[in-house]
Ligand binder design. Sequence first.
Ligand code: NAD
Ligand code: UDP
Length: 318
Amino acid sequence: MRVLITGGCGFLGSHLAERLLERGDTVIAIDDLSTGRLDNIDAFSLNPNFSFIQADVSTAVDVPGPLDAIAHLASPASPPDYHRLPLETLAVGSRGTENVLAAAEKNSARFVLASTSEVYGDPTVHPQTEDYWGNVNSVGPRSVYDEAKRFAEAISMAYARTRNVDVGIVRIFNTFGPRMRAEDGRVVSSFISQALNGDALTIYGDGSQTRSFCYVDDLVDGLIAMLDSSEAGPVNLGNPVERTVLEFAQLVLQATGSSSSIEFHPLPKDDPTRRRPDISRAQERLGWSPRVSTEDGLRATIDYFRSCPSEVSAAADA
Ligand code: NAD
Ligand code: UDP
């Protein structure tokens, strides 16, 4: 297959690119490097089946040659990133997604949208099934991301219905692994960096809010299953093992052997109180289930962070 990955220099996009190259696909990555980085593609940038175009998909998507599939991952994803880039986040979810859909239509390519569990907002249904419509504050600080992704889902379905584009929507739940930026502000990267630096782990709120963490290799399996299928979705992709943020902090302290303390800080506005995917649909329609435990995934991620000590120590000043 000849696959276009938007956001191909990001955390998830670079892992997806690497796996598709390994199975013999040709991969073109488009990225404006706003939250991604070239280091993420170092491992395969010289592969003759790989090419990189530095461009903002919200402006245009101009890719030479035919395409069999597109994975649309371009978007800031960590809360500090989308708070810093609110208009860019709305632009890439709306104009950017339409530009990428138009490229899919032109090439008769399969189009997979990386949507998010954030479309459920602060959920009143638990665990979250795809049939749940969500509880999003459209004027709150997280809305630039949540509503951009909800719009992206809506326009994708409109292209499927009116332009016959082969659309698939995945709703990704919190995912972690190597190539996360140490200073991206997400809980996994923050806690690991803090533990390795000997700094206090910063828990927002009392730590009773929950998340369910999926290891990147599993998530990429799910993305590839979706690319290879004709399933429209939406399909939740995530690991249903749910933990409180406080439990997760303790797990990180244990796995790093750190003696860092724990500090409590104010909970950000509209921070979802609980989140766990119901993955029955992914199991039934894609034959997909996560296989890597949080503990094993954490060990691999901690090893990665240990391999880039200057980045980890710089995260303390970010
Ligand atoms: P990331 O920030 O590491 O990667 C996003 C990539 O998109 C970056 O390389 C960035 O430079 C690029 N990008 C952003 N705006 C762009 C634009 N206008 N044009 C071109 N490139 C652009 O984030 P990630 O964690 O790899 O997330 C990838 C996708 O998966 C995002 O769409 C995100 O919303 C979705 N997602 C991720 C998670 C997660 O836990 N990682 C959870 C839910 C959804
Ligand atoms: N969080 C935290 N300390 C941090 C960063 C995040 O306690 O240093 C909390 C955050 O408030 C949220 C959870 O951890 O409840 C997950 O945050 P993250 O930004 O990783 O993802 P999201 O909120 O998008 O699920």
